[in-house]
Design a protein around this ligand. Structure first.
Ligand SMILES: *Cc1c(COP(=O)(O)O)cnc(C)c1O
Length: 467
């Protein structure tokens, strides 16, 4: 039979969707995925089979089982989530691409409790009537920061936008040229300023801005002075910026607010752990800033959120502005954030909030863990050793400073292949490559991940050496 007529015959032999739907092999699919998706999967499968016949790749009779198997593959691909957990072996603690701060057990429990049913989100149980979602984290934030008022919104980009829109729209905001920063992910201070309708007034130079530069720029159309923390980059060398306290005094002399985009939400001192000192939220408020804006999911270690804390006279217009409704926080965020703030208030942040537990983790403990892992892998025939390295805080905080760590190192002929195999594992293992070795930093590995991590390392290291 000619190639062409074989193909014709195979095509004629293909089952139709209607007949396949009667096939007993398809009924489990109908149960699990419903009729619409099953029909779509069968159509895809038939299309693919038809193409394989026409191209000559398929030269045998097609059974229903073959069509169903291809349909199942399509369903699995189509329905598998794109957002799922990975093992972070990079040692970058607040990893922007890997979901920023992992949440504490207390935060997760609070989110679960509120998420699975109804809640007091906007209900006052004592009064038996409508309440406000603004109250939930506010008391805790007042207590923790000493600020008169606080507001929680969707993220810090929106808290800065809201603050500038509500307080400065149509008027001038003075900022140092050295702070016209892009934080990453498209957050650029000049763009946010433009979006808010405030007019940017740049003063000073990239590396040096003096108090008098700010003073000279103040006029009757000035709405505020803004300070943006550089976060993700550092100016070294010939560099000056006025102290926050001096800027606050200048602003207040002219009846203006000092607004501070602090960014990281640090409440504890990073310098205690050998890092540089990351400015804290409290330092901003103590220096006299009228509003401090920060993220919930960087060094604070909670869920994604943006927080404004400061003087009631300035927070209150932010609360009332229509934009506040557009960027409001959801119940899961408020529950998780409140639980996280409570851990600071009760002195449990260092032991219970993953970000801080990782920052504070003693080097000796990391070393001991890495040695155990290396020994276990060597027993199974995988070359593994422990080497010195550095962990970083990430999340745009403390650029250029890092923590000493110990790394599990797998020397490999093709470290790129090993890294790829690990990335494609379930769950994916993300590490880094240096000097021909694949490296895992125990600092960012959770205890419950260790067994699966070692199993995956073993599997992939053996596989890619025997390939
Ligand atoms: C991270 C950061 C932002 C953006 O905060 P998101 O929570 O990511 O929206 C804004 N300003 C500064 C200084 C930051 O560090």
């Amino acid at each position: 039979m000619s190639k062409k007529s074989l193909a014709q015959e195979l095509l004629r032999g293909l089952p139709g969707v209607d007949r396949l739907l009667q096939d007993t092999a398809v009924s489990p699919l109908l149960d699990e995925y419903g009729r619409d998706l099953t029909v779509e999967a069968l159509r895809h499968s038939l299309e693919q089979t038809r193409a394989a016949i026409l191209s000559g790749d398929l030269q045998e009779g097609v059974t229903d089982e073959m069509v169903v198997a291809t349909a199942v593959t399509w369903l699995n691909d189509f329905l598998s989530p794109t957002l799922y957990p990975v093992i972070n072996g990079t040692g970058v603690i607040v990893h922007t691409n890997l979901g920023r701060a992992p949440l504490s057990q207390a935060a997760l429990a609070a989110m679960q409790a509120v998420g699975q049913g109804y809640s007091t989100l906007e209900y006052d149980v004592a009064a038996g009537k409508r309440g406000s979602r603004a109250v939930h984290a506010e008391q805790l934030l007042q207590r923790l920061t000493g600020a008169e008022a606080a507001l929680v919104v969707n993220n810090n980009a929106s808290s800065v936008l809201l603050m500038l829109t509500a307080l400065c729209q149509g008027r001038e905001v003075i900022i140092s040229r050295g702070q016209l920063v892009e934080i990453g992910g498209g957050f650029r201070i000049p763009d946010v300023m433009a979006q808010s309708g405030a007019k940017l007034v740049e003063v000073g130079t990239t590396n040096r801005t003096h108090l008098r530069d700010y003073a000279n720029a103040i006029n009757e159309n000035t709405a505020a002075i803004l300070v943006a923390h550089h976060s993700n980059y550092r100016i070294i060398g010939f560099h000056t910026e006025p102290e926050l306290a001096d800027l606050a005094a200048l602003a207040h002399e002219h009846g203006l607010p000092l607004l501070y985009d602090q960014g990281s939400g640090a409440f504890l001192d990073t310098a205690v752990y050998g890092l540089e000192h990351e400015p804290t939220v409290l330092e901003g408020l103590e220096a006299g800033c009228d509003i401090v804006a920060f993220s919930g999911d960087k060094l604070l270690g909670g869920p994604q959120a943006g927080i404004l804390a400061g003087r009631a006279a300035f927070i209150s217009p932010c609360k009332k502005h229509p934009l506040a409704r557009a960027v409001r926080a959801d119940k899961m965020c408020l529950a998780g954030l409140s639980a996280t703030l409570t851990q600071y208030l009760t002195g449990r942040a260092l032991t219970e909030i993953p970000v801080w537990r990782m920052i504070a983790r003693p080097l000796a403990e990391i070393d001991a863990e890495a040695q155990v892992w290396a020994a276990r892998l060597r027993e199974d025939g995988v070359a593994a050793e422990v080497v010195d390295g550095r962990s970083t805080v990430g999340g745009g905080s403390l650029p250029g400073t890092s923590l000493p760590t110990k790394l599990l190192a797998l020397p490999h002929a093709n470290p790129d292949d090993l890294a790829e195999a690990l990335r494609l594992s379930d769950p994916p293992v993300i590490g880094r490559i240096q000097d021909g070795r694949f490296l895992i930093d125990p600092r960012t590995i959770f205890p419950e991940q260790v067994d699966i991590l070692l199993e995956t390392l073993l599997h992939c290291a053996k596989k890619s050496t025997t390939d």
